[in-house]
Design a binder for this molecule. Structure first.
Ligand SMILES: Nc1ncnc2c1ncn2[C@@H]1O[C@H](COP(=O)(O)OP(=O)(O)OP(=O)(O)O)[C@@H](O)[C@H]1O
Ligand SMILES: [Mg+2]
Length: 339
């Protein structure tokens, strides 16, 4: 890869200092500060409306910041937009490839827009289509592609000008589980082969857990927690989470649960109790005994290791899936009548 002219040698890829982006009196990004190291995969995790896309738009020079500073490879996004644009690739949240054109034609248009020299355009496009497993589909119209194939094409297209820093806004939203895994594997391969620094947004916990070296949890435009997935999970009390529901809830039951062996905290969500425990098996045995004494029955029980869902709940006071449902205005259909 060529070195960009005047590119400062540094190991910080993205620096954000007290960044705000406000629309009128409402700040979608509200005093965010963090940095992303060169070569890192950094995840922004948050519910609908958290400000993820707004932050990406500011970092990729599509929106000016209201206050604060953001630098990409040392270039200020507000004052050196052209240099920033040369360093970055962007995959926006909405799919934008042209359905009536073939995969190769979509690649060529982007390569031209990015002024990739004519003699390199075909070579680069072929290499990238190969990297995303679309060589056999190069000349087929994109309207015949599945969602996963279209996403892979757009990822390839975002790399035609060989950027160093790659921004992906919800790269796998709307894809089926197999396609999501396909996109993850491809991204990791591209990252390694092309020495990319990746900043992606997601509201999938498993995606953030699997892909990211570090995760910033954002909510209402603010940073709620920032660390590696492992450390985030270790940062909250309880190594195990028991999720349990009962045939009846006797008086004072919450306190009974809080007093069980090794319990760190108990939260209730409708009829389901989430019990954070330092020792899942021991708490489970104590729970059985408490249930026997109260002469009630357990309707459902699961014992899990701490997940990023629990981290999100711990730091924001609610579950990510609830936040998503609130924002989308729907309730889960399948379990609605069963609790
Ligand atoms: N141009 C705008 N004018 C006014 N409000 C805006 C504008 N763009 C975004 N917002 C508001 O800013 C908030 C954050 O929006 P944003 O799109 O950044 O969220 P997000 O985290 O990307 O959500 P999602 O997961 O749904 O993509 C929302 O409340 C949104 O309505
Ligand atoms: Mg968004």
């Amino acid at each position: 890869m060529e070195t960009l002219p005047n590119q400062p040698k540094m190991i910080v890829a993205v620096e954000v200092e007290h960044l705000r982006k406000c629309f009128g009196t409402f700040c979608a990004v509200n005093d965010l500060s963090f940095s992303v190291a060169y070569g890192e995969v950094f995840g922004l995790l948050g519910p609908n409306g958290a400000g993820k896309s707004t932050l990406i738009r500011v970092l990729t020079t599509l929106l000016p910041p209201s206050s604060g500073v953001a630098r990409i490879l040392g270039f200020d996004v507000a004052h050196h937009a052209d240099q920033v644009r040369k360093c970055i690739g962007v995959i926006p949240q909405a799919m934008t490839s042209d359905l009536d054109l073939s995969a190769m034609e979509n690649m060529q248009i982007f390569a031209k827009l990015y002024s990739v020299p004519r003699d390199r355009r075909i070579k680069v496009a072929k290499e990238l289509l190969e990297a995303v497993d679309l060589t056999a589909w190069a000349d087929k119209p994109v309207k015949n592609f599945s969602g996963g194939m279209r996403r892979r094409l757009e990822i390839a297209r975002g790399l035609v000008h060989e950027p160093r820093i790659f921004f992906l806004d919800e790269p796998t939203t709307g894809l089926d589980p197999a396609s999501r895994v396909g996109v993850w594997e491809m991204l990791m391969r591209l990252k390694k082969e092309r020495e990319l620094t990746i900043l992606l947004t997601t509201h999938y916990m498993d995606e953030a857990d699997k892909l990211c070296d570090r995760i910033a949890i954002v909510d209402h435009g603010k940073l709620v927690a920032l660390d590696s997935p492992l450390k985030l999970k270790a940062s909250i009390p309880g190594n195990n989470i028991l999720e349990v529901s009962f045939s009846q809830i006797p008086n004072g039951w919450l306190q009974t649960l809080e007093n069980l062996a090794d319990v760190q905290y108990v939260k209730s969500d409708d009829h389901v109790f989430r019990i954070g425990s330092d020792n899942g098996p021991k708490t489970t045995v104590a729970l059985m005994e408490a249930v026997r004494q109260a002469q009630i029955e357990i309707s459902s029980l699961s014992v899990q290791s701490t997940s990023l869902d629990d981290v999100f709940m711990h730091y924001t006071g609610r579950q990510l899936r609830d936040s998503l449902q609130d924002a989308l205005g729907y309730q889960p259909a399948v379990y609605q009548g069963q609790r």
